[in-house]
Ligand binder design. Structure first.
Ligand code: ATP
Ligand code: MG
Length: 565
């Protein structure tokens, strides 16, 4: 795997789905259909419910469901739930929600590897009876010693030539709970000298006295992932089993099972490169560590590269799908630049997000020539191009602007700012001119006094002195206060888990900034959770899925207006 990120080629429209050439899997499927090898394309997305899905899974989901859509086939959602120790119902629920949010619907009911445990057990008996499986009592240490190394052959287990009857008795004892965890395992009898380590008598069943989230306490033996995976596909009639490259070495083993068992179909496996993004990690184990260690608020923290994190950050499902479609489906792993994902997020929001005004660093402006009780309802379009209706912007004597939009003294560099004696246009409103300002004891500017230039709604001042800049604002009496959370990258290193050091050493201590007491235009308080806005001149912000309410508005920054690079 390369450590250098590919450069962000994020501006080319050629990256959209319509005009992309077929990827190698599509080409294979087209051929299979042309040669009538398959009648109906069946794919599946097979997560293990041991964590939330991340952006890498999104690529796999888009690929598998996308192929089914393209070829008029079906895609199953199947949980590969063979390891009860690490799996939970909560992960099952989250994964289903994520797949649907991304915009896909699986064919029929959700499936589980555990639906097939009876069948796997029958097939284990079948292999034993065929003298192709045996119960082995080597300890894990001994077994690994017997396995040998990639460069040297292993040796046969002393238990390898047990009689079929002995094996049947022992396997029954494993199943009935008579034997303790770790006492023995069931192994396939293949080839201890194979250059492929996966073929050196792999484990088929282990004793695990754990409750399972689907099957409860029915079983105390569980099939290995390798013994289950290919057979699940065979049972479901999956025509194209698509997985990531690390399983290429397992393919001969999966094929061995398919060839040696009376399976109803013979699925074929194709591998493609994993998606890795720079400045983050895409491994459930590592993401779980961030959650367990309290580095983030949870799996759906907006800084996480999880699907639910991206959702909470304000990325739309369409943007995530566009990104996934822009990626090559190749036979090598690669690292994609975060900017490529951000391009699709920004592009989508620029086209679709309603506009609004919010002030992050408030500074009060008193318009001294405007009556104290007067409220004028100004209006502005919710979107410059789309017909999203109008916003109502109450204008009052006291308003709030951003501290950064005021300067004590005029300078050429800051000619667009409000300065005593100079004018700015209030966005969607009047032109004002600053007269003077007030400071507190700590020398902070706490108030600007200004005058409204009359008759300047939508037109230039009659005296011909035009404002140079436009500033956003909110009424200090009708606006609402809000909490705004800004995010930075979770890691300071572009390849946090691909170097010598532990990835946790590269955490960015400043990845979250919470700004209380921001000001938002009044209508924003009633925004529906998960609705994303462009706060004019500030960036894109989403009403938090969980914490936002009209009494306590909370917005998460999705992304800035422009790329930083
Ligand atoms: P992790 O290493 O994050 O735990 P995993 O491969 O163990 O991932 P699974 O739940 O087994 O996670 O994955 C479900 C499917 O998603 C598999 O087919 C897997 O190949 C695919 N997948 C997982 N990670 C990626 C990735 N980074 N890019 C593309 N596909 C992925
Ligand atoms: Mg896995």
């Amino acid at each position: 795997m390369s450590n250098t990120p590919t450069s962000a080629d994020a501006t080319a429209d050629s990256k959209t789905a319509e005009n992309k050439p077929a990827n190698f899997i599509e080409t294979i499927i087209e051929q299979d259909i042309a040669e009538q090898k398959v009648a109906k394309v069946i794919t599946r997305f097979p997560p293990e419910p041991n964590g939330f899905l991340h952006v890498g899974h999104a690529k796999s989901i888009c690929l598998n469901f996308g192929l089914a859509e393209k070829f008029d086939g079906e895609c199953n959602l199947r949980f590969d739930d063979t390891n009860p120790a690490k799996e939970e119902q909560a992960y099952v629920d989250a994964i289903k929600e994520d797949v649907q949010w991304l915009g896909f619907q699986w064919s029929g009911e959700v499936r589980y590897a555990s639906d097939y445990f009876d069948q796997f057990y029958e097939w284990a008996l079948y292999l034993i009876k065929e003298s192709k499986a045996y119960v082995c009592e080597l300890s894990p240490e001994q077994a690994s010693e017997y396995r040998g190394w990639a460069t040297s052959p292993g040796k046969d287990s002393p238990y390898r030539d047990r009689s079929v009857d002995d094996n049947l008795v022992l396997f029954e004892k494993m199943k009935s709970g008579e034997l303790e965890e770790g006492a023995c395992v069931l192994r396939a009898k293949i080839d201890m000298a194979s250059p492929n380590m996966n073929m050196r008598d792999p484990i088929l069943y282990r004793i695990r006295k754990a409750s399972h989230h689907q099957t409860g306490d029915k079983w105390c033996i569980y099939p290995s992932y390798d013994f289950a995976h290919g057979q699940e596909d065979a049972i479901e009639g999956v025509t194209h089993s698509i997985c990531t490259l690390e399983f290429a070495d397992h393919r001969p083993l999966y094929d061995w099972f398919i060839d040696n068992l009376p399976v109803p179909a013979k699925p074929k496996q194709y591998e493609f490169g994993r998606l890795n993004l720079n400045y983050t990690v895409t491994s459930k184990r590592k993401l779980k560590q961030l959650v367990d260690d309290g580095i983030v608020e949870g799996w759906n923290d907006p800084r996480m590269p999880t699907i639910s994190g991206m959702r909470r950050r304000g990325y739309s499902a369409q943007a995530v799908r566009n990104f996934c479609q822009s990626l090559a489906v190749a036979k090598t792993d690669g690292v994609v630049d975060m900017a490529q994902l951000e391009f699709f997020v920004r592009d989508d929001l620029n086209k679709n997000a309603p506009r609004a005004m919010a002030v992050l660093n408030p500074l009060k402006v008193v318009i001294t020539n405007y009556p104290e009780d007067k409220v004028e309802l100004l209006t502005a379009p919710a979107h410059p191009e789309l017909d999203l209706g109008e916003r109502s912007l109450p204008f009052t004597r006291e308003i709030i602007i951003d501290q950064d939009d005021f300067r004590e003294e005029y300078s050429g560099k800051f000619k667009k700012k409000l300065t005593p004696g100079k004018r700015v246009r209030l966005r969607n409103g009047y032109v004002i001119e600053a007269d003077d300002y007030e400071k507190d004891d700590a020398d902070n500017i706490v108030q600007v006094n200004a005058s409204l230039i009359p008759n300047t709604l939508g037109t230039d001042p009659e005296d011909g002195v035009k404002p140079k800049g436009v500033v956003h604002w909110v009424s200090a009496t009708h606006g609402k206060k809000a909490t705004i959370r800004k995010y930075d990258r979770l890691f300071t290193h572009e390849a946090p888990d691909r170097g010598e050091e532990d990835f946790m050493q590269h955490l960015n201590p400043h990845s979250l900034t919470i700004i209380e007491e921001c000001w938002i235009e009044p209508g924003l308080a009633d925004a529906k959770p998960e609705l994303c806005f462009q706060f004019e001149r500030e960036g894109y912000f989403v009403a938090d899925r969980y914490d936002h309410s009209s009494d306590h508005p909370v917005f998460n920054m999705t992304i800035g207006l422009r790329s930083q690079i």
